[in-house]
Design a protein around this ligand. Structure first.
Ligand code: C5P
Length: 303
């Protein structure tokens, strides 16, 4: 492209168009760092061509580094940002929780819930892609920061709650984090010593419920509060009860009897005051996109 070669469809289109161009480069990390690539990129940037990514992470050939193609939703967000297309959630503030929480036992040990953060991060990206000013409060994950999202990293449930409160006011909150229900009652400042034949007894205490806290935040309550419920049986009945108990508006119930934890797909039922809506088994990014669209429709029902 930098050299004006047009020997296949893609390069021909790029040379023949007078439209703005956004590139999403993706390649091996050594290739990306090569001076030849750098020089070509500079040429293209000087011509007014814009880029999104690449991101750091696992690469197609099995290596890790800078060169991973940006997530499709990040590319959509970049298109909207670069070309100023107003999204339906423009002017709205969204708060999303994602990932696990880590609850320290002592300075070197912790316990946590199993959570990849895939679904929560995808929801933050999807809300941002529709124009929402999005804040993502996340526990430790391997997910890349979504484009155009303000990311706050926390470890414990108490830190997550404080970060969520600090992020208010918000029009919508989506709690997709897998928050640990308990933490250690007396956290040790020194590493617990191993003694042969003796095991420590750890006393737990209850963690705050962030979804319930946001749902009952009085004047600060987001107009729409969405929770998740991972269920293995009586999915809709249990999630319907959870919606009432937590005081949120919608519950996205995922049926985790199949293999969805850490997987790429999710099977969900969206439950609100009027009943439930079952979606087909979909990639997590598609669940996020549909949920963001449903949120946008909720705020602008006439569209
Ligand atoms: O009660 P349960 O953990 O099954 O509820 C799941 C929902 O509640 C999720 O939306 C999760 O993010 C949220 N939650 C929370 N804080 C907790 C526990 C769960 O926000 N301490």
């Amino acid at each position: 492209m930098a050299n004006g070669l047009a020997d296949d469809l893609a390069t021909t289109v790029l040379l023949a168009t007078d439209r703005p161009i956004l590139l999403a480069p993706a390649m091996n990390h050594v290739m990306w760092a090569h001076p030849a690539t750098e020089a070509n990129l500079e040429t293209l940037l000087a011509r007014g061509i814009r880029t999104v990514g690449p991101a750091a992470g696992e690469l197609a050939e099995g290596e890790t580094g800078m060169g991973r193609m940006s997530e499709p939703l990040d590319i959509i967000a970049a298109i909207e940002a670069h070309f100023a297309l107003p999204g339906p959630l423009k002017g709205r503030r969204a708060l999303v929780t994602s990932g696990p929480t880590y609850e320290p036992i002592d300075p070197v040990r912790y316990f946590a819930n199993r959570s990849s953060g895939k679904q929560g991060h995808a929801i933050a990206a999807a809300l941002a892609a529709l124009g929402a000013e999005t804040i993502l409060v996340t526990g430790p994950t391997h997910e890349a920061d979504p484009a155009d999202v303000a990311v706050t990293r926390i470890e414990t449930a108490e830190e997550m709650l404080a970060a969520c409160r600090a992020a208010l006011p918000a029009d919508v909150a989506v709690c997709a984090a897998a928050v640990a229900d308990w933490r250690i009652a007396e956290r040790r400042n020194q590493k617990l010593k191993k003694k042969v034949g003796e095991v420590p007894i750890l006393r737990l205490t209850e963690n705050p419920d962030i979804l319930a806290a946001l749902s009952s935040a009085g004047k600060q309550r987001p107009r729409l509060v969405v929770g998740f419920a991972a269920e293995t049986e009586a999915v809709i009945a249990n999630a319907t009860a959870k919606r009432r108990k937590k005081g949120c508006d919608w519950i996205v119930a995922n049926d985790v009897s199949a293999d969805v934890m850490g997987g790429e797909e999710n099977l969900v039922h969206v439950i609100d005051a009027n009943g439930s809506d079952t979606w087909p088994r979909l990639p997590k990014h598609e669940v996020a996109r549909r949920l963001a669209q449903r949120i946008a429709d909720h705020f602008t029902p006439t569209r």
